[in-house]
Ligand binder design. Structure first.
Ligand SMILES: Cc1cc2nc3c(=O)[nH]c(=O)nc-3n(C[C@H](O)[C@H](O)[C@H](O)COP(=O)(O)O)c2cc1C
Length: 223
């Protein structure tokens, strides 16, 4: 269905919650077509329903669509990301490097190289508390936004590399020092499809009443 024919009020309302959770993989290959503001509003609204300490709702959302800002962010992100990923690229040259990790690495590099073309750079920022950054208070909202993107059919992923140039970026976004950005969620229409991400079985990770170090070590030996 084309974007013009989308019922922006209804879209995403019928996806069963647990199915959405199980199929919300990171989508980093995005089309350049614009995204209706109403949908960005809708996914941010999902963010506002997250829990927060004392219901303080410390989050603020800044949706960057401006070409010049996106180009600047894209350039800086690319530079920071390549600096960060360099050692991992060397490791990935080994024939024993797992294919699924290589795939994830390629997708993350693709995003870094194309971020300037992604139609919406959605930043989640939040108030500091007693002088401390409160990223943990923002992540529930971030996850709600990712799930809402899944529901309405938008591609999205959670990124944090922008913190490497965070102060400069925050001031460009007009944010004062007590409301730093925590996450950048690049949002656009997916080139590919949503799907179930690779995860360990819950049966390896769930313990009843007491953690069992022996079985944990078995899991680690396997990976
Ligand atoms: C705290 C945090 C920071 C992350 N930062 C980045 C990032 O800067 N760039 C990126 O491409 N992905 C980033 N990710 C996304 C993870 O790499 C992603 O969840 C992982 O690739 C699993 O993807 P999947 O859900 O498709 O399996 C981050 C995830 C978390 C939880």
């Amino acid at each position: 269905m084309s974007v013009e024919n989308l019922d922006l009020k209804r879209v995403g309302e019928d996806l069963p919650l647990l199915e959405g959770i199980r199929t919300a993989r990171a989508i980093r290959r995005l089309r350049t077509d614009s995204v209706p503001r109403e949908l960005i509003r809708k996914v941010c609204e999902a963010g506002t329903f997250a829990p927060s300490g004392g219901n303080r709702q410390p989050w603020r959302f800044i949706a960057v669509t401006d070409d010049i800002q996106r180009r600047w962010i894209g350039e800086r992100y690319k530079e920071a990301f390549h600096h960060y990923i360099g050692p991992a690229i060397e490791l990935a040259k080994s024939p024993v490097f797992p294919d699924e990790k290589r795939g994830m690495q390629k997708a993350a590099i693709y995003l870094a190289d194309h971020l300037h073309e992604v139609p919406v750079h959605l930043f989640v920022a939040g108030y500091t508390r007693r002088g401390e950054v409160q990223n943990q208070a923002l992540m529930p909202a971030v996850q709600n936004i990712l799930l809402a993107c899944r529901a309405v059919g938008l591609g999205a992923s959670l990124t944090t590399i922008h913190r490497r140039f965070g102060e400069e970026l925050d001031s460009r976004l007009g944010l004062p020092p007590n409301i730093p950005t925590c996450a950048l969620i690049p949002i656009g229409w997916p080139q590919g499809k949503y799907g179930t991400p690779l995860r360990r079985s819950v049966d390896e990770l769930l313990f009843w009443n007491k953690f069992e170090l022996a079985s944990e070590q078995k899991v680690h030996l396997k990976t």
